[in-house]
Design a protein around this ligand. Structure first.
Ligand code: GLU
Length: 477
């Protein structure tokens, strides 16, 4: 196969991709996935991945949204090359291009008044036709002085435009369907359509990889490239993310900001990256894909055409995998931060020691943090409502036996404590679980915890014996 036959061969021009979020809200998973695909495609081809903040809509853009986007991208390791570009700062350049297009005859000054536009709208509505503005000013040059005007694209009216989209395939739109869109508003500000094209051109963007809600825009953006004689980018419009029920992703499905996955759900960034990568792109049956492998394997041919479904359970499963694969020191740091124990070295060491026992059962950092509660609880322990019954009946007597058996243990490690606990069960003629359960409740206040012998060792001899002693008197006595 020659390089031209293979759609994923490295193109002759160095690849430049970009992520171009509008800072009107948080960075959501759809945006993060778009950014990830752009990053991976660029890295795969040894190219460049840029970030452009599309802050031209002044009323809806905000600094907190910009901060959330930058922060979310850094957290996910979506490291862009060079400085981020702010679109609003480039408004003069956008306006200059619009004027250049007028001078070259590819755009024109349109003096339609709001009343005339309203009349056109009403006419289209009455005829039940979509509004397609063909301004009489397209052919006129008798420009009135001192009247406000917009600059409109002189869009092609005949023929058709075909885009060979790398994900959607060939898509054709009749040019008669497209109108003369506004490039520059009467106040001299550029429209999104103009700004995007000028910026992509000036940033050298070769591949526009974005959500398929922008596919229609591509047909309105291409004529601008053609009018300016600029190299057209390759387009790849990726399907949107839907909820598990197939409906468009909404808050109800977990369409929250990226920071909620980190802060509220305790997801690790590499788990979210891996999940987002698999959401809409595949490499055989591989589920766990490292960043280096993702860079090696990523291609546009592997991007599916139909919307992907967001599945929180799958994300949590992946997260559990990454938690188990993460080293204890990093996990201890994450838990310490969550519990605001960052500056407490003693407790941090305790957390570190507890990680091997805790991480096999945690699906997220919250569960990990929650699982450490018993380590720092103070006596007498609060006992979970559901665990209380386990301290009734024979429990006080068994705990009394356990206390004396454990009191006699010299080497306080998992083997010796286990031997002592087993001995108590045997003597009492009960199963190990019948002894372990009240012991667990006495030590942790809960029905579930890491392995009971790990708990004994983590708490230490003195604290363990004291917690057991606290429960040796029957309840209500
Ligand atoms: N700023 C647009 C958005 O956030 C994206 C524009 C583009 O990728 O061309 O939806």
């Amino acid at each position: 196969m020659s390089a031209t036959d293979n759609p994923d061969a490295t193109p002759a021009t160095p690849v430049v991709t970009r992520f171009a979020p509008s800072p009107t809200g948080f960075l959501h998973i759809g945006g993060a996935r778009t950014a990830l695909f752009n990053l991976l495609f660029a890295r795969h081809h040894g190219g460049t991945f840029r970030l452009r903040i599309e802050d031209t809509d002044r009323a809806r853009s905000s600094q907190p949204a910009i901060d959330a986007i930058l922060d979310g991208m850094r957290w996910l390791g979506l490291d862009w090359d060079g400085e981020e570009v702010y679109q609003f700062a480039r408004a003069d350049r956008h306006a200059a291009v619009a004027q250049e297009m007028v001078a070259a005859g590819h755009a024109y000054r349109c003096y339609l008044t709001p009343e005339e536009l309203d009349a056109m709208r009403a006419e289209a509505q009455a005829a039940k036709k979509p509004l397609r503005i063909r301004s009489p000013w397209r052919e006129r040059t008798d420009w009135p002085a001192d009247k406000p005007y917009v600059i409109r694209l002189r869009a092609p009216t005949e023929g058709a435009t075909t885009i060979d989209d790398r994900v959607q395939g060939e898509v054709t739109v009749q040019n008669a369907e497209l109108d003369d869109l506004v490039l520059l508003r009467a106040d001299g500000t550029p429209t999104y359509m103009l700004a995007v094209v000028v910026d992509d051109h000036d940033m050298g963007v070769t591949h526009v990889i974005r959500g398929d809600d922008h596919l229609n825009n591509a047909f309105r953006q291409l004529p601008i490239y053609r009018a300016m004689g600029w190299a057209e980018p390759v387009y790849a419009h990726i399907p949107l993310i839907h909820g598990a029920d197939g409906a468009k992703l909404s808050k109800r499905h977990g369409a929250v900001g990226i920071e909620a996955y980190r802060d509220e759900m305790g997801i690790l960034p590499e788990a979210l990256d891996n999940y987002l990568l698999r959401l809409g792109w595949g490499h055989g049956d591989d589920e766990i894909i490292s960043r280096p492998d993702a860079i090696r394997w990523f291609d546009l041919a592997g991007v599916g055409k139909s919307p992907s479904r967001f599945d929180l359970k799958k994300l949590e499963n992946l997260n559990g995998h990454y938690i188990r694969a993460t080293d204890d020191a990093r996990l201890a740091d994450l838990v310490a931060a969550k519990l605001s124990l960052d500056h407490d070295d003693t407790r941090r060491s305790t957390l570190l020691a507890a990680m091997p026992a805790l991480k096999p059962r945690a699906a997220n950092v919250n569960e990990l943090a929650d699982g450490t509660a018993f380590l720092f609880a103070t006596r007498p322990l609060g006992i979970d409502e559901a665990a209380r019954p386990l301290l009734d009946g024979d429990a006080p007597a068994l705990l009394t036996h356990l206390h004396s058996a454990l009191d006699a243990v010299h080497n306080w490690d998992t083997e010796s404590t286990e031997a002592a606990v087993r001995q108590v069960a045997e003597t009492a003629g009960v199963k190990l679980g019948q002894v372990a359960q009240p012991l667990r409740v006495a030590l942790t206040g809960r029905k579930t915890s890491p392995g009971i012998f790990d708990v004994l060792v983590l708490l230490g001899r003195e604290e363990s014996l004291a917690r057991i002693a606290d429960q040796m008197t029957p309840h209500g006595a």
